[in-house]
Design a binder for this molecule. Sequence first.
Ligand code: GAP
Length: 445
Amino acid sequence: MPPADNVMEKLGSLAKRRGFVFQSSEIYGGLGSVWDYGPLGVELKKNIKERWWRSMVHEREDIEGLDAAILMHPKVWEASGHVAGFTDPLVDCKQCKNRFRADDPRLKGPPGDPNTKCPVCGNKGTLTAPRMFNLMFKTFMGPVEEQAAVIYLRPETAQGIYVNYLNVLQSSRQKIPFGIAQIGKAFRNEITPGNFIFRTREFEQMEMQFFVKPGSDGEWFEFWRAERLKWLQGLGIRAERLRWHQHGKDELAHYAKDAYDIEYEFPFGWQEFEGIHNRTDFDLSRHQEHSGKKLEYVDTATNERFVPYVIETSAGADRTALVVMCDAYHEDDVEGEKRVVLRFRPSLAPLKAAVFPLVNKDGMPELARKLYDALRGQFNVFYDDGGSIGRRYRRQDEAGTPFGITVDGQSTQDGTVTVRDRDTLKQDRVDSGRLVDYLRDKLAG
Ligand code: GAP
């Protein structure tokens, strides 16, 4: 495998070239670690999110969906512990004004020590002692910028679920155990963001909180670990690039009794992209305490009252998209020529097929257009008549499009077209009247 930087650089430039991901506000020099999804990227991420939503909400009778607002009452973040505890220790260089995490491996020596060098300007003794820095973005609500109106952009979607726990329970008439799922934006003023869309300041989470009776939490925790791994394997991610990491005592978040990360072997090393957490009754108890509202569950069969425990599955949509892209990225040798191809599972691919007239004459463009119009109602397809057919195939390989449909001379005679498979490069001749069924068959899964 080529060096990590090289792969990430290549993936970043492919992502821009083909319209997956662009740097935010690029014409102004870009905004640090904020990214925009282009025409293909938005489709890829949407396919991942839809798959998640289907498996969590539609296919299960014990999970309900929710879309809570990003802006929440500031007391939510006091209750959750984020105001006091969602902090990283940071070090400033008094000389060059750069800021680092206190555990930045580039710092050689303890920050604050007169012999420690700044990793950027190289001066000795210019680094401050570590200071705590809260990762939440603040903003102001109302017309006056005063302390009373300070609110936060949510750093996780989970809290929107906890504060709506009773609303959902009562309106949906669910019984414990049951879950609430949500997909939405979260914001963190990360200090060392980077690795493309891996760690960003604005990102999307796909979180599900499953409310259970205390005592059954261990069993549900294992259930959800198994379910999440199965789901990820369904995305077509190579099993040997996935592994579990159980949090040690020193890693556990303030709310967690047990936690596992699911890690992927990125070109820059093993890193987590999803977590399964046993959050106990921490969140609901804290919200009960801070809001003064009872959040107990009453089991009508036994008359027992308890604050439910929560098993959380928390995934990043952007990080999962990066996993899918890294896993799909391949460089092949085709007849002595290098080919870059994204081998997405067809159901995740942004474009399902591309339609090409072999040449722009002899009735081929007209027939190709007609086919394209017919397919567009069923699948996300692309029409391309620019450049040689080889170049058009290569462009779609880089976009990860599973099928290339070519209208050639024979098509205008007998109504058949060739369908090229992105991975095997085999071409089938298919009757254009059967094309929708042919593609539907191949795209399943
Ligand atoms: N509610 C629990 C929670 O938020 P987390 O481990 O902090 O847990 C969960 O975040 C997931 O959200 C991560 O596994 C990752 O996929 C995603 N995530 C967190 N911070 C991120 C960031 N700065 N950029 C992109 N994704 C992020």
